[in-house]
Design a binder for this molecule. Structure first.
Ligand SMILES: Cc1cc2nc3c(=O)[nH]c(=O)nc-3n(C[C@H](O)[C@H](O)[C@H](O)COP(=O)(O)OP(=O)(O)OC[C@H]3O[C@@H](n4cnc5c(N)ncnc54)[C@H](O)[C@@H]3O)c2cc1C
Length: 386
């Protein structure tokens, strides 16, 4: 076993580090859940693309660098180390992009991937419906074939950043007689099409991180179908695999949080409850363990392996680790944790509270952890459904 990086990988790391040091904005961008913040983050995507760093693991022809998974992990380490902004087009580059590469036609790849990489087109995910969340097979939004068009009707909800996004990918029922996972089709929809109504959902902080999307006789070309008619579930499960597997939440994100937590504890060690030291150590070791496990998976994938239901283990691990790290930070900060960063007595509370609230969503999005546990029980452990 060789645990060191090759000279080429070290060179790539230096290149990324130098570029990030020169280009990462010095001041934090406004939240991407606001119109101004969304625009600023889109601009950052353009800058990344200009440097050739939009999505390093994609083939060059689509705006990538043809990097392998190990190089992608190195890129992520340098990205988070530099404190670079969140990826406003994560639905596109991390989820739809890889799905398009697997299921898209050559024309679809050429049409969508470069504009996705450049941030020119930012994507929302349209899966959940008011009565189809965990039970996604209950989807009722439908697409009726009419000549060379689909006519869409129905409603999606909880669509992250759809309030500002350009396109939405979703699954729609194309066979009205079908039940559950059958008869669904994966369709790509421009959000400015007549008949689409995007209604922002304000969060507790007033920012519109989500939207409901209504479809009323919305016409899109059948060319926008991804994968085969009626096989949308299969395509969506590939997307879900990318979401729960390696792409959406790389280890570097949590290693960066763990490093900040260690620093926070050091600053407060004299007044913090000594038992918190164990929690800090646990957070740090968990982040390292997640990193090593991800490198192991990446090596296996490079050698031709695949990732299946074990992606659910990853998802539970990172989401619970994130909650634990933020809870520990709030405990270190004690009563001050509840102050907003601009309060006069805030001291170094930073954005831990904001991060804590977002961490609580981790066990819900990308499929709740209860559902992941069902997947593990049935598909990895072979336990009976009841
Ligand atoms: C931050 C965030 C971003 C999101 N972004 C998007 C997005 O961009 N696009 C999109 O389509 N959706 C998005 N969602 C929605 C998300 O996918 C759903 O919230 C999630 O799938 C759960 O569905 P639900 O909210 O309808 O809850 P429900 O499915 O009603 O579940 C309620 C509770 O019951 C539990 N439960 C349900 N069924 C079972 C079962 N069979 N066994 C055990 N427990 C069960 C669940 O685990 C949960 O605790 C987002 C959610 C969040 C929090």
């Amino acid at each position: 076993m060789n645990l060191s990086f090759s000279p080429a990988e070290e060179g790539f790391r230096r290149e990324v580090r130098d570029w990030m040091e020169a280009n990462v904005p010095r001041t934090r961008l406004p939240s991407m859940d606001t119109a101004a913040g969304f625009a600023a983050h889109r601009q950052w995507e353009r800058t990344l693309n200009g440097g050739g760093f939009a999505m390093v693991s994609w083939p060059r022809e689509y705006g990538g660098r043809g990097a392998n998974l190990l190089e992608w992990l190195i890129f992520e380490e340098e990205y988070w180390r530099a404190g670079a902004p969140g990826r406003v087009n994560q639905n596109g580059i991390f989820l739809l992009g890889p799905t398009l590469m697997e299921y898209g036609t050559a024309e679809q790849k050429a049409r969508f991937l470069p504009r996705m990489a450049s941030g020119e087109e930012i994507w929302a995910q349209g899966w959940s419906e008011p009565n189809a969340g965990s039970d996604m097979a209950a989807i009722r939004a439908n697409a009726r074939a009419d000549g060379d068009e689909f006519v869409l009707n129905g409603q999606k909800t909880w669509s992250s950043r759809a309030a500002f996004a350009d396109w939405l990918f979703g699954i729609f029922r194309t066979d009205p007689e079908s039940k559950r996972h059958q008869g669904l089709t994966f369709v790509l929809v421009p959000l400015d099409t007549p008949g689409v109504t995007v209604r922002p959902i304000a969060q507790l902080d007033g920012e519109t991180g989500f939207a409901e999307v209504f479809f009323d006789e919305v016409r899109v070309p059948r060319w926008n179908q991804l994968g085969k008619l009626g096989e949308g579930w299969k395509v969506a499960m590939a997307t879900a695999g990318f979401e729960r597997g390696l792409m959406l939440r790389s280890p570097a994100r949590f290693q960066a949080t763990a490093a900040r937590l260690v620093e926070l504890y050091r600053r407060h060690a004299s007044e913090a409850d000594p038992s918190l030291r164990d929690a800090v150590v646990r957070a740090w070791t968990n982040a390292e363990a997640y990193c090593l496990n991800t490198y192991r998976t990446a090596t296996r994938l490079i050698a031709g392996g695949s990732i299946g239901a074990e992606a659910s283990l990853n998802k539970i691990f990172w989401s619970e680790m994130d909650v634990h790290m933020h809870e520990t930070a709030l405990a270190i900060l004690d009563a001050r944790a509840e102050l907003l960063p601009h309060a006069s007595a805030a001291g170094d509370v930073g954005d831990w509270l904001d991060g804590f609230y977002f961490s609580l969503a981790g066990p819900i999005y990308a499929g709740t952890n209860e559902i992941q546990r069902n997947v593990i029980a049935e598909r990895l452990l072979g336990l009976p459904r009841s």
